[in-house]
Design a protein around this ligand. Structure first.
Ligand code: GLN
Length: 639
């Protein structure tokens, strides 16, 4: 099913097999016999299972051997009590203080009569008494149903073990009467006791324990079925109790040494949880004096050491959250600028900063981004934070980012989050925090290209107007280059094209000659000019209007470039005959072009034609080199 077994064995499985082999010879300890039926267990049984929060299962040894869950049931029943009654009510009947006593100690708070915690039997019986239901049967069926949410199959009770314990568990019976005496149990106390005996006799295997642990590791959601087994807020409560009280009088040593919230049972099961990562289930019936599985303990210790699982091991590497950072000098919007604008952006582009974020945003990861942004705040006025690769942004992240938006807005700076379309909760919560008096909507632009373009326009605009602050508000996704005056008829070089880099170095006569070979063509807004993949030999000089060059990959169309008056597209046809168009081009506004057929140009003879061809090829070479440089930078940014 979810077992990670393929023809190439997983290195994790390999490791677990080795671990199993090395610990198997450990034969110390004894099978529990105070419940007569438990004594029938084969002392050699030994299974190990791991389930990740992605629902991948790895298991070795006797991982499918059923055994009774015993005390491993205690945290889960505590979870039911919390959900049935709420924290305050549960707290009245059972505390959260480690006892340091044996699991079956008759320890109640001398004043209140309240058991110290739900992991010792006294607390567990009091907890069982809090499971709601009409009668014992109904309560048991609720327990079984709740437990099965942590699993992918229904559960049953081992009747033999149940009867065996019910008829011999006099100490537990004494505890339940003590609890009754202090008002921690309702009448008759045997009912809670009976449910407790039965919950302890639920049959599981160690893969089950690992999956239950993985569900806790996964915030209460079963990683295989996707079913929520426990409310979020109760997960941390269960895990805290397991950390402080999960292994009885060994709990202090356990958390010190192994460092994982865990729960053991006298059936030989142990489950351990590494929050956010993995659940571990181990089964081996030989117990130490504390009632913990000996091999289970050793296996947990080894797993923790070998994989550095200790929850307080802060050396775990933190994945980077800023995938790339670039300024408007290096990273440009798809809008192709004329040489003047390009020079200006080269000089002042540092005022724009683009960050690509990745990973999960909580307190510390958000702080990394914020302090990096603030480091730039003296030189930059526009911040674009691309959140396409971000997985989650928690409440702390939203709060801090909102504050950043506010603070930047107050000093006249702009911040935009782009590619946030699928981050519904983040968008909603941030907008809500900012309220109506936000300086600008940080989600004005769907993608970084449009955001960069707007920021560039602001930069260009403010330097044109000579002011350092241009207070235009960001609007939609369109931004306009100022219209330039164009020429009028075919064959005459429009003024807008005089500075076209492809014509650089040509004499006026050569330029005029070139344009006698072109023919004008007009397109309506929205019309397709070139289709991706189509062959062609034509080069387009834009006299006026705007075109968008876009690439269709799969089903998404990506805006590669925005070209406007004075610019050229299709120029590869100069070197490659019948070139296959590598991208589509369509008119974004009404467009007028002058179209040159490369074949027609080649067919011309004479000195003028030769000089024009030569100049075009030379210029094209230079332009291609420039493109390559830009592309190399962008590819590096993507790596
Ligand atoms: N049913 C067992 C008891 O109460 C559970 C104890 C345990 O697993 N530590 O004795």
């Amino acid at each position: 099913m979810n077992d990670r077994t393929t023809i190439v064995p997983s290195p994790i499985l390999h490791y677990l097999e080795e671990l199993h082999e090395q610990i198997l010879p450990l034969e110390a300890g004894n099978v529990a016999s105070y419940i007569p039926e438990l004594a029938r267990a084969n002392p050699q049984w030994f299974g190990i299972a791991i389930v990740t929060v992605d629902g991948h299962v790895y298991q070795v040894g006797d991982s499918r051997q059923p055994f009774t869950i015993q005390s491993v049931s205690k945290p889960f029943v505590y979870g039911i009590a919390l959900e049935d009654w709420g924290l305050d009510e549960v707290m009245k009947r059972v505390g959260v203080e480690p006892s340091g006593d044996a699991f079956n100690s008759i320890s109640l708070d001398p004043v209140t009569g309240r058991p110290l915690n739900p992991m010792i039997n006294a607390g567990a019986i009091a907890t069982a008494g809090m499971v709601k239901g009409r009668d014992v049967e109904h309560r048991l069926s609720r327990v079984l149903e709740k437990f099965s949410r942590y699993l992918d199959h229904p559960l049953t009770v081992d009747e033999n073990v149940y009867r065996s314990e019910a008829s011999t568990g006099h100490r537990n019976r004494a505890i339940s009467y003590m609890l009754r005496n202090f008002g921690m149990l309702e009448d008759p106390p045997e009912e809670a006791l009976d449910l407790y005996f039965r919950q302890c006799s639920i049959l599981v295997n160690c893969r089950d324990l690992a999956l239950m642990a993985a569900t806790l590791a996964n915030n209460g959601v079963n990683p295989i079925t996707g079913v929520r087994a426990l409310k979020n807020e109760n997960v941390e409560r269960l895990l805290s109790i397991m950390s402080t009280c999960g292994t009885y009088d060994f709990a202090g040593n356990w958390i010190y040494d192994i460092g994982l919230p865990a729960k053991s049972g006298v059936g030989g099961g142990i489950m351990a949880v590494l929050p956010g990562q993995v659940g571990i289930g181990i089964f081996s019936p030989r117990l130490d004096a504390n009632g913990n599985s000996m091999r289970g303990l050793e296996a947990c210790r080894r797993l923790s050491k070998d994989f550095r699982l200790h929850i307080f091991n802060t050396a775990k590497t933190r994945p980077p959250v800023i995938r790339s950072q670039s300024s408007g000098v290096q990273m440009r919007s798809p809008r192709v600028r004329n040489s003047q604008a390009t020079a200006l952006l080269d000089a002042e582009g540092a005022a724009i900063q683009l960050f690509e974020l990745t990973g999960d945003f909580a307190l510390v990861t958000t702080e990394v981004v914020i302090s990096t942004v603030l480091d730039q705040v003296d030189i930059a006025d526009y911040f674009v934070l691309d959140v396409r690769r971000v997985s989650t942004i928690d409440a702390a992240g939203v709060r801090l980012f909102a504050q950043l938006c506010d603070d930047l807005g107050k000093v006249g700076k702009f911040i935009f989050f782009t590619n946030a379309d699928d981050k519904f909760a983040f968008t909603r919560d941030l907008r809500q925090r900012l309220g109506d008096n936000a300086r600008h909507d940080p989600f004005s632009f769907t993608d970084s290209g449009h955001a960069l373009e707007w920021c560039e326009n602001q930069l260009l605009g403010r330097s044109r107007s000579g002011s350092t602050r241009d207070r235009r508000e960001p609007g939609g996704n369109r931004a306009h280059e100022p219209e330039r005056r164009g020429g009028i008829s075919a064959g005459i070089l429009p003024t807008s094209l005089k500075e076209q880099p492809l014509l650089r170095g040509m004499s006026p006569a050569e330029m005029q000659y070139l344009f006698t070979l072109t023919s004008p063509r007009e397109f309506k807004a929205g019309e397709t000019i070139l289709r991706q993949g189509d062959p062609g030999d034509e080069i387009y000089f834009i006299e006026r209007g705007e075109v968008i060059v876009s690439l269709l990959t799969g089903r998404t169309r990506r805006r590669l470039a925005v070209l406007s008056s004075g610019m050229v597209f299709g120029e590869l046809a100069l070197v490659e005959k019948n070139v296959q168009r590598t991208a589509g081009v369509y008119a974004d506004t009404a467009v007028r072009c002058h179209v040159l057929s490369s074949n027609l140009l080649d067919a011309q003879s004479g000195e003028l034609a030769g000089a024009v061809r030569h100049a075009l090829l030379l210029n094209l070479n230079q332009l291609l080199i420039q493109h390559l440089r830009r592309d190399h930078f962008q590819i590096r940014m993507l790596m």
